[in-house]
Design a protein around this ligand. Structure first.
Ligand code: ADP
Ligand code: MG
Length: 268
């Protein structure tokens, strides 16, 4: 596999889109796996109570596992919640559990409620001798306090957009939210990366969405486009990313291309 350039400082991506089913989790885990394969140390934080990112990375997330819930709500050190993915020893995961389903409400009553993930990450990053090169935060499909914690902790926003009807629906609300986060919580947050997902080259619609998104986000949209592919959707059933499950499939190839672009952009 090809070695990718490594960033000097940890790049923290929050993978967000308040619509469900657009490819957030698939994107977070496959970019993470591709970057790890390219030589980077990568940490995935699962902030979705569904735990799909944990599943795809082969990590247990039954209710007793130490998880992002314990870090956010109980103040457990992030270090104590880290598991290593069987797919690569450079790929670490803080899983989520079902307890996270109530976390938005619990956070609402807490002090420093928007900053809890940021604090936990800062403490971890200053204590570890081998900080990750990349952190991907897989967000739930809402703009609640879990997602706000992710925005506050991140350096960059990665927006996956599905090549489907109403692709850009909700994007202006998301942009407003990011502006408010920048004004009040995280001034240097950068919507750096837009990735088109589930592209179907046979349909005019898919091609129209690509044009529309490139017009809307000319700087941010990656050249790589993720095709709709059954291998991508099968992989989590085996506790794997498509990078591990079928490395030569079109989905794996395009996620590796996207990862390489992200790596090059971050060191340019
Ligand atoms: P989100 O995290 O935004 O809810 P997911 O990543 O879970 O979205 O994707 C939604 C569904 O679509 C999942 O079943 C996933 O396996 C499937 N999927 C995601 N990307 C692709 C793709 N490129 N090709 C085929 N199926 C995909
Ligand atoms: Mg998801």
């Amino acid at each position: 596999s090809v070695e990718l350039p490594l960033p000097k400082r940890t790049r923290i991506f929050t993978v967000v889109n308040q619509k469900g089913g657009v490819g957030k989790t698939t994107t977070a885990v496959n970019l993470a796996a591709a970057l790890a394969q390219g030589g980077a140390r990568v940490l995935v934080l699962d902030l979705d109570p569904q735990g799909n990112a944990s599943t795809a990375l082969g990590i247990d997330h039954h209710a007793d596992v130490v998880s992002t819930y314990d870090v956010l709500i109980e103040g457990e050190p992030l270090q104590s919640a880290i598991a290593v993915s069987p797919q690569s020893d450079r790929l670490q995961v803080v899983p989520s559990t079902i307890h996270l389903a109530g976390a938005d409400l619990e956070l609402a009553a807490m002090e420093q409620r928007e900053h809890r993930l940021r604090k936990a990450l800062d403490a971890y990053l200053s204590a570890t001798s081998e900080p990750p090169h990349y952190i991907f935060i897989d967000c739930p499909p809402s703009l609640g306090l879990l997602t706000i914690n992710a925005f506050t902790a991140a350096t960059e926003v990665l927006l996956p957009i599905q090549c489907e009807y109403y692709a850009l629906e909700g994007v202006s609300q998301l942009m407003d939210t990011i502006e408010r986060i920048k004004a009040h919580l995280n001034p240097t947050l950068d919507l750096s990366t837009v990735l088109l997902t589930m592209f179907d080259g046979r349909t005019l619609l898919s091609r129209q969405v690509v044009d529309e998104v490139r017009k809307h986000f000319p700087e941010q949209t990656l050249d790589a486009i993720i095709p709709r592919s059954v291998r991508v959707s099968e992989a989590p059933g085996y506790g794997q990313t498509v990078i591990a499950y079928d490395p030569n499939s079109p989905g794996a190839l395009s996620y590796r291309e996207a990862a390489a672009e992200i790596a090059r952009r971050g060191t340019a």
